[in-house]
Design a protein around this ligand. Structure first.
Ligand SMILES: Nc1ncnc2c1ncn2[C@@H]1O[C@H](COP(=O)(O)OP(=O)(O)OP(=O)(O)O)[C@@H](O)[C@H]1O
Ligand SMILES: [Mg+2]
Length: 408
């Protein structure tokens, strides 16, 4: 059954209602109709008969969605004065009917993904074995092999595990350590796979090729593919779109390093990260020579993370560190960081409650104001822990462990 015409009608219907609500000055209702139109339009785009058409429809879907969002932000009173609604004819071409074929747009997109990072290994608490593994791989790839000996090293690493456990930090530190070893040359391409798919849809596979091209030109470098599972999210809910199929095969080719074969001088390390490894396609998964579980921090790691977020920021703690290690059982690194921020923030607010009044007295007085701090105690952390609860349950954690066992 061709759902295309039905989806087109659904889109038109929502757009019509949106237009009516807009004319009637009801910004809230217009906003939700534009939202509905956007959703229908995204689906309608899947039935496009050409890439240009798919692109044009998705672009409109995004326009509707953005407009719905702006309507909500601006509110009813101001909407009429400040906003112009998008055209409500679903098949009218957007200003740029064609996908942005020009290289400029694509290389601009790629240069937006280039990062350098200040994160170093010592900013990451615990995970000592993982750090060592990565450094070893980097070392082996960059060092001189004996004459005539070809050493194969791994070039694709997958980090999987619960949110907030240091996956992005590890990727950043990796790229940074390349920079240190090679005089400021290493680039870090930070790619949110979901972002590429939603922002560049039809063009996303081109962006990936361009990205790897740039990574090779700037070797040694690291391509970090974050939220990697979003590449294959739609597998259960039906067919993948053409754009997703294309990006998948492009990524497979890049993971295989086809373009680098026989070029011992080029080193591009791909690091992918995911919270949902079980969603990743088996063909893709088999390309990762190393699959590393980044778990919730154990006691030793929690002590190290607490140290990074407290002592190294100049905060003193009155209670035994062991008490805090106990309080943070089951917390991720990110949750520990939040807990420390909350505890220190509350303490500072309590001691400096007069700061708003000082502001009233002028800039000079404020600049002379001495912010007061005191050592933190167990109570401070327990109070903070009332607000900040760990989100990953033991069962969630077990799922990662079980999945890892299945891969062996
Ligand atoms: N091992 C750690 N040592 C120090 N800080 C950590 C650690 N793990 C997490 N954090 C803190 O939590 C923040 C988030 O960590 P990070 O972005 O690396 O998590 P992630 O594993 O990539 O999470 P997600 O899966 O949600 O992307 C970091 O910026 C840092 O402040
Ligand atoms: Mg991350």
């Amino acid at each position: 059954m061709d759902l295309g015409p039905k989806l087109k009608r659904a889109t038109e219907d929502s757009l019509h209602k949106a237009k009516m609500a807009w004319k009637g000055g009801d910004a809230d209702s217009a906003s939700s109709h534009f939202e509905a139109a956007s959703k229908a339009m995204f689906k309608y785009a899947e039935y496009a008969t050409s890439r240009a058409q798919e692109y044009s429809r998705k672009k409109k879907a995004i326009e509707y969605r953005d407009f719905a969002k702006r309507l909500r932000e601006v509110g009813s009173e101001n909407a009429g004065k400040r906003l112009t609604p998008p055209s409500t004819d679903p098949d009218e071409p957007t200003q740029r009917e064609n996908a942005p074929e020009d290289d400029q747009t694509i290389s601009a997109a790629v240069s937006n993904m280039v990062h350098t990072s200040g994160i170093t290994w010592s900013d990451i608490g615990g995970l000592d074995e993982t750090k060592r593994d990565i450094k070893y791989a980097l070392g082996l790839s960059l060092a001189k092999p004996p004459e005539g000996v070809k050493i194969t090293t791994f070039r694709n690493i997958l980090f999987y595990g619960p949110p907030g456990t240091g996956k992005t930090l590890l990727a950043a530190a990796t790229s940074n350590s390349l920079k240190v070893t090679t005089e400021g040359q290493a680039l870090f391409f930070n790619v949110k796979v979901s972002g590429i798919l939603s922002k560049y849809f039809g063009e996303s596979s081109k962006i990936i090729s361009e990205l790897y091209g740039a990574a090779r030109d700037n070797s040694p470098s690291v391509v970090f593919l974050d939220e990697f599972e979003s590449l294959t999210t739609d597998r259960d809910s039906g067919e993948q779109s053409g754009a997703e199929r294309r990006i998948l095969s492009t990524i497979l080719a890049e993971l295989d390093g086809l373009a680098e074969k026989g070029r011992g001088d080029i080193f591009v390390l791909t690091i992918a990260a995911t919270n949902r490894p079980w969603d990743i396609d088996a063909a893709v998964m088999s390309r990762f020579e190393k699959q590393i579980l980044i778990p919730l921090p154990d006691e030793v790691s929690r002590r190290a993370i607490l140290d990074i977020h407290l002592a190294r920021r100049g905060f003193h703690v009155e209670c035994e560190l062991e008490e805090l290690v106990r309080v943070t059982g089951g917390y991720s690194g990110r949750e520990i960081e939040r807990l420390c921020k909350e505890a220190t923030g509350e303490m500072i607010e309590e001691l400096n409650a007069d700061l708003p009044d000082v502001i009233d007295k002028g800039l000079a007085g404020t600049k002379a104001y001495q912010v007061k701090v005191r050592p933190l105690n167990l109570r401070d952390f327990e109070r903070a822990a009332d607000h900040i609860k760990p989100q990953t349950s033991p069962a969630d954690m077990q799922r990662y462990i079980d999945w890892g066992k299945e891969q062996d």
